[in-house]
Design a protein around this ligand. Structure first.
Ligand SMILES: Nc1ncnc2c1ncn2[C@@H]1O[C@H](COP(=O)(O)OP(=O)(O)OP(=O)(O)O)[C@@H](O)[C@H]1O
Length: 309
């Protein structure tokens, strides 16, 4: 079987006395964009810093393509590109000077460095700014420079800590687009506490709540984490509420104004829907709309944030 791109094993970290993360385990085996989700202070940056080898964990191990970060950090880091929450830019340098410096830090050979810089500039859409001093670029373009240094050595695995934080809505769209392009050739993991960011960019989610892993799955699985417990119905000739309450499986009825009602149920949603449809036909309630009401991502996030492993 192929080596996972990332394997996080029993990872725990304590700053002085307080544990920031406890016993986190997960693997990433295929390409795509992974969202590391969690509320402020949940432990995302701590996890990312350890994965990238810039913070030494108290317990546990991180393997990048099978290489143990603790035992062989230089080799493990060759596979990783990292954009920390605060981009490590030298703002007095031009974009080109800075990327050349990054290429040398990444031990790209002198013969290859110009090519690597040009490629990174092009992939991040900043070729026309190569002679610009970084300080004079907008926030969105500075972030692109930060991403360019993260991919200059063509890593298999790119880690971005809150990459759209502080950008305006247009810049956010551009950076999301860039992240998706980068993910065509490698695996990207990005941290965020913004759900729309996950929906717009990611295919998979790992969620940390209060320092522990509380969810690991696809965005669709996250979306369906809480099964729906209400249906919305429109009954043009609705009966008295008491009659609706007698439909088997219905445990509550809410009037929403006009012919609209919310039915709360306890049984399997599909079965209740069938019963509501059948009863409406038999009793001629003139059912014109019926749909399950999905729980919002915010509700799933709130539920998982409370979860303790
Ligand atoms: N250097 C530090 N010293 C002490 N405690 C820290 C340190 N860095 C982080 N912490 C604590 O560890 C916990 C996890 O912090 P971390 O920065 O990893 O969370 P986060 O999910 O990235 O949050 P945010 O979204 O706010 O960046 C928090 O309680 C935080 O206060």
């Amino acid at each position: 079987m192929e080596e996972p791109i990332l394997k996080v094993e029993n990872l725990s970290h304590r700053y002085s006395v307080q544990w920031a993360i406890r016993d986190i385990n997960f693997e990433i085996t295929r390409n795509g964009v992974y969202g590391l989700l969690g509320s402020n202070g949940a432990g995302k940056s701590t996890t990312m810093n350890i994965i990238c080898g810039v913070l030494k964990q108290t317990e546990g191990n991180v393997f990048i393509k099978g290489v143990n970060m603790r035992e062989n950090p230089v080799e493990a880091k060759r596979h990783i590109g990292f954009l920390p929450q605060k981009p490590p830019l030298h703002t007095d340098l031009t974009v080109e000077e800075y990327l050349l410096y990054s290429a040398r830090l990444r031990q790209i050979s002198r013969a290859e460095e110009d090519k690597a810089v040009t490629e990174a500039l092009e992939r991040c859409g900043i070729g026309h700014f190569r002679k610009r001093v970084i300080r004079n670029l907008s926030g969105g373009y500075q972030q692109r420079v930060g991403i360019a240094q993260a991919i200059i050595h063509r890593p298999d695995f790119v880690v971005l800590d809150e990459p759209t934080n502080g950008l305006d809505p247009n810049q956010i769209l551009e950076i999301r687009h860039l992240i998706k392009e980068i993910a065509e050739d490698c695996t990207v993991i990005l941290s965020t506490h913004i759900l729309s960011e996950i929906q717009a960019t990611c295919s998979y989610i790992r969620m940390i709540g209060q320092g522990t892993l509380v969810f690991s799955g696809t965005v669709d699985e996250f979306d369906n984490y809480i099964s729906p417990s209400t249906v919305f119905v429109t009954l043009v000739e609705a009966p008295p509420i008491e009659e609706l309450q007698q439909i088997p499986g219905v445990v509550g009825v809410e009037e929403l104004g006009g012919p609209n009602y919310r039915l709360r149920f306890s049984d399997l949603p599909q079965e209740v829907i069938e019963k509501v449809v059948k009863t409406s036909v038999v009793k001629d309630w003139r059912l014109t709309e019926i749909r399950m009401e999905k729980t919002s991502l915010d509700d799933v996030f709130a539920e998982l944030s409370k979860k303790k492993n």
